[in-house]
Every structure is written in structure tokens, then in C-alpha cells.
Design a protein around this ligand. Structure first.
Ligand SMILES: *Cc1c(COP(=O)(O)O)cnc(C)c1O
Length: 380
């Protein structure tokens, strides 16, 4: 049966129809390079949309985070406090730098970094005299849900530790009316194929600090000194975004608000479909201060009220060629990261055990959504 059904993905690329025009321009002008008008224009559009002064378009969100850490001086033996409930790309660049990730668990309302645990980690380090090793805090806005930024920023400011927002999943989300990506010293975005908009692969770094953004462009183009010959005084990277791909980004940004609205409509649909199934709880914003782009709709299955697990639901959906996925497995539980320090409260482990991500593309049809809900309801 599943062979004959068109696969429904968790989150697949959704073109606007405006992309080709900018790609053609790049070809006509022969800007087939990691610089050019599409790159410049995409940077302007992103900065404006996220309410920051500057943006640099890069080859991936991971590259953006790597450069952010380098510019904050993160080096061998330093510590970076990071959400444990996230995708590995939030952590890998910390390890590229030879630094130590310190995993901070989630609070229950947004599932993001718990400000109290963040404080606990900093208090402990102050007491031990190792606070000087803490070079940055990477706070993730997971599934598009804003973290509790007032509380996070207030703790970070108290200890004078710079914050990098990992807004890879959160373009279009706001906290107290302010765009995510505009709270920290820097922020990263991702335009990977599964994100709310895509350039097939790409990312960006955001900041109000022009020095940081121009430095990121310098580092991302092999750190070439200002000289007639090729001269290098620093290690560089090949992390810039191609002008062809930036054209896709321009076309995608023309419909970003529509995409946010479509993803949020999925969340509303699922919420309503399951409102009479007591053991299913779709994640919603804790208050009107939080506005999520609902990149993915997620829900928890209350294990005290049913024997059905996320894996039962996943198997049932797969029979109809519908993709679903457990929530992110916390980083402190990952084989590669399990030896690093962590400050835990059990929340992310519990979420991982009982949660599931539902198909959430902006291109889902009404029929797709109904079919998905019917399959899930049939499990109960
Ligand atoms: C996708 C993602 C990244 C990495 O972005 P890439 O562009 O794929 O390198 C980083 N953090 C989170 C939370 C992500 O979901």
C-alpha cells in the first residue's frame, strides 16, 4: 500500500515560484560565485526581517555558528554553555574549536534552555574560580519556539557572557514582539532543505555589530589580507554562500510570512484534531509573549494515560508512507557527547521518551493533514 501513496515528509522544500528569476539573473550576469548581488540583497533582506543591523550569508548554519564561536575567542579548554535539547549542529562547532560543551537542560514550558539551570552552571563556575573559561552561551529556539529570552539575557548579562542565538529553526518567530535572532550578540539561521525556507543549503550570521559581520565575511573567504598578492595572517574558511543559492533565498524570503502562517495553521489543525484525545498534548506557546513559527508541530503522549508510544504512532504513519520523528535526542545522551559536563533536571530525557514531531510542511494539503490525523486517531 505504502508504495502507491505519495510520501508525506516532515518538512520538505516549498518553492514560491520567484526563485528562478533571481537564479537567471545570476546566470545572465555571470555571478556564479560566492559573492554578487543576490548575496548582498539576501543579507539586506535578512537583517531587515530579523531587525538587526547586519547579516552575512554563509554556506550553512553550522558554518555560521563556527564563525561566531571563533570571533568570541572560543578556544581549546574553554567552555560554552549550550542547550542539551537540540540538534548536534548546535554543538559540533564548539568541539571543532577544541572547547568543552556544557549541556543545560530544558524548562517544561518552551522546552528550551532553563534559565535557572543556566544560572546554576554559572554560580558553580564562579565558586570554583573557572568562570573565566566560559566564553559563550548558545541558546537554541527549538522547533521555532522562543526560549525565555528575558531570563536568559538577564543571567548572561549578569555574568557578562555573550549569547549566540541558534535560530536555525526559528526564522519568523518573535518574543515579546521582537524577532528572534536580535537578542544575543550574534545569531545564526539555517536554510537547509528541511527548514522553513531553504536555499537548498545555506545559513546566515546576524548581529548589530558591524565589526563582527565584516570579520565573518573575511574569515568565510579564506581570511585574505588586504594586499595585491594572496597573503594570510589568520586561518580562513570557505564558508560563503553562493550567489546562485542566494537567489533561491531571495525568492523564498518573498513568502516568509505566508510560510509562517501555513506552518502555524498546521499546529492549529493538529491541536483541534486531537483535542478529545486526552493523552495527546500538542505543544503551544506558554503565553502571548511567545510567537512560534511552528517549524515543526510536536506533541507529547502522556504515558500515564495510555500504553500507546511514539513508536506505535510512527509505525502506523509509516504504513501510509507518512514521515514522523521522535523529538531530538538530548546531546548529553549522545554517544559522542556523553562525557561532557551537563546540568540536568530530567526534562529533555522525558521529552525524548514521550514526544513526536508531526509532518509540518507549509505545502501540506488539507487532505494530507486529515489523513495524518485519522491514522493517529486510529491508534487510540
Ligand atoms: C539545522 C540546524 C542547524 C544547522 O544548520 P545547517 O544549515 O544544517 O548547518 C543548527 N541548529 C539547529 C537547531 C538546527 O536545526
Amino acid at each position: 500500500m505504502s508504495d502507491t501513496l505519495k510520501r508525506i515528509y516532515l518538512s520538505s522544500p516549498h518553492m514560491s515560484g520567484h526563485e528562478q528569476k533571481y537564479i537567471n539573473e545570476a546566470f545572465e550576469q555571470n555571478w556564479i560565485a560566492p559573492l554578487g548581488p543576490n548575496v548582498n540583497e539576501l543579507e539586506n533582506i535578512l537583517a531587515k526581517y530579523c531587525n538587526v543591523k547586519h547579516a552575512s550569508a554563509l554556506s550553512s548554519g553550522t558554518a555560521a555558528l563556527h564563525l561566531a564561536l571563533i570571533m568570541l575567542g572560543v578556544n581549546s579548554g574553554d567552555e560554552v554553555l549550550v542547550s542539551t535539547f537540540t540538534f548536534s549542529a548546535s554543538v559540533n562547532p564548539i568541539v571543532y574549536q577544541g572547547a568543552v560543551p556544557v549541556f543545560i537542560d530544558s524548562e517544561k514550558e518552551t522546552w528550551n534552555m532553563d534559565p535557572d539551570l543556566l544560572r546554576k552552571a554559572l554560580v558553580e563556575r564562579k565558586k570554583n574560580g573557572t568562570i573565566g573559561k566560559v566564553k559563550a552561551i548558545v541558546v537554541v529556539h527549538l522547533y521555532g519556539m522562543p526560549a525565555k529570552m528575558d531570563e536568559i539575557m538577564s543571567v548572561a548579562n549578569e555574568y557578562k557572557i555573550p549569547v549566540i542565538e541558534d535560530a536555525a529553526e526559528a526564522l519568523g518567530s518573535t518574543y515579546k514582539g521582537q524577532a528572534l535572532g536580535s537578542f544575543g550578540r550574534m545569531a545564526i539561521l539555517s536554510f537547509n532543505g528541511n527548514k522553513i525556507i531553504t536555499t537548498s543549503g545555506g545559513g546566515a550570521l546576524l548581529s548589530n555589530d558591524e565589526t563582527l559581520i565584516s570579520k565573518s565575511r573575511f574569515l568565510a573567504t579564506q581570511a585574505r589580507d588586504n594586499a595585491p598578492h594572496y597573503q594570510h595572517s589568520q586561518i580562513g574558511y570557505n564558508y560563503r554562500m553562493s550567489n546562485v543559492l542566494a537567489g533561491i533565498g531571495r525568492g523564498q524570503m518573498e513568502v516568509i510570512d505566508e510560510r509562517v502562517q501555513q506552518r502555524r495553521a498546521n499546529g492549529v489543525f493538529y491541536k483541534k484534531a486531537f483535542e478529545n484525545i486526552e493523552c495527546l498534548q500538542v505543544l503551544e506557546e506558554p503565553s502571548s509573549d511567545f510567537f512560534s513559527n511552528r517549524w515543526l508541530t510536536t506533541m507529547l503522549i502522556n504515558e500515564n494515560k495510555t500504553k500507546v508510544t511514539y513508536s506505535d504512532i510512527q509505525v502506523a504513519l509509516e504504513k501510509y508512507n507518512i514521515e514522523s520523528r521522535p523529538l531530538w535526542k538530548p546531546m548529553h545522551m549522545q554517544p559522542i557527547f556523553s562525557s561532557y559536563p551537563s546540568v540536568l533536571n530530567g526534562t529533555s530525557e522525558q521529552l525524548f521518551k514521550t514526544g513526536i514531531c508531526l509532518p509540518s510542511g507549509s505545502n501540506l494539503s488539507e487532505t494530507d493533514r486529515e489523513n495524518i490525523c485519522n491514522v493517529i486517531k486510529s491508534c487510540f
